[in-house]
Design a protein around this ligand. Structure first.
Ligand SMILES: [Zn+2]
Length: 214
């Protein structure tokens, strides 16, 4: 099936399942994937002074400045065939970034960009994240059924990730409400926001996104 070039941004609270949706869409439309975290981690391998400093910032858990995110996006964009669509995963994360990215995409002739929000409430996000576990043996993800539940693949102990402590979850959800919600409102005003309910199965979410993009 022939598609027109899709330029997509995907946003959603932590726990919304947007990672799964991102992978499905990138495959479906053969998009160039821009995951800011991945691009920044790759940059740290370059061994130059900026890479060394960036590595320290990432290890300390501090925020990377917006201009650095633009630097790695621009490098990717500059080398991407203009007929290949883009997929921004979880970015822009601040209104200032959204405004500059509008300019950038227009300059590259990609102003037809659409923004997909996988929508779940803060309460639902918290509930999903607080119950999330990872197997200490095989590393597969799981949800806590009861206190002594074991991994269904290898019967290993299920543990909670450090980033899924109540405090760490609330920091991420606060960030979303304070910084990302204004970004969503910006795109809603521009008329390129596609809001899809994350309260359905991953396949149903995917089908709803495809319908909205058609
Ligand atoms: Zn396991």
């Amino acid at each position: 099936m022939e598609h027109e070039t899709q330029n997509l941004i995907m946003l959603g609270r932590s726990g919304s399942g947007k990672g799964t949706q991102a992978k499905l869409l990138v495959d479906e439309f053969n998009l160039e994937y821009l995951g800011t975290g991945d691009l920044l981690r790759a940059f740290t391998e370059r061994g130059n002074p900026a890479a060394i400093k960036l590595k320290e910032v990432l290890m300390s858990g501090k925020l990377v400045p917006s201009w650095f995110a633009f630097f790695v996006w621009m490098e990717k964009l500059a080398y991407t065939n203009i007929h290949k669509g883009l997929f921004f995963d979880g970015s822009p994360r601040k209104i200032e970034e959204a405004l500059i990215l509008d300019d950038v995409l227009e300059w590259f002739g990609r102003a037809n960009m659409k923004v997909i929000l996988v929508d779940i409430s803060r309460e639902e996000a918290y509930h999903r994240l607080i119950n999330r576990r990872v197997c200490s043996q095989c590393g597969k993800g799981a949800y806590a059924q009861d206190a002594g539940a074991k991994c269904k693949y290898c019967h290993g102990e299920l543990t909670t990730r450090m980033e899924d402590s109540p405090d760490a979850i609330n920091v991420r959800l606060d960030w979303f409400d304070e910084q990302v919600v204004p970004v969503i409102e910006h795109y809603e005003k521009k008329g390129n926001l596609v809001r899809v309910s994350g309260m359905q199965s991953p396949e149903e979410v995917h089908q709803e996104v495809l319908k909205a993009l058609a």
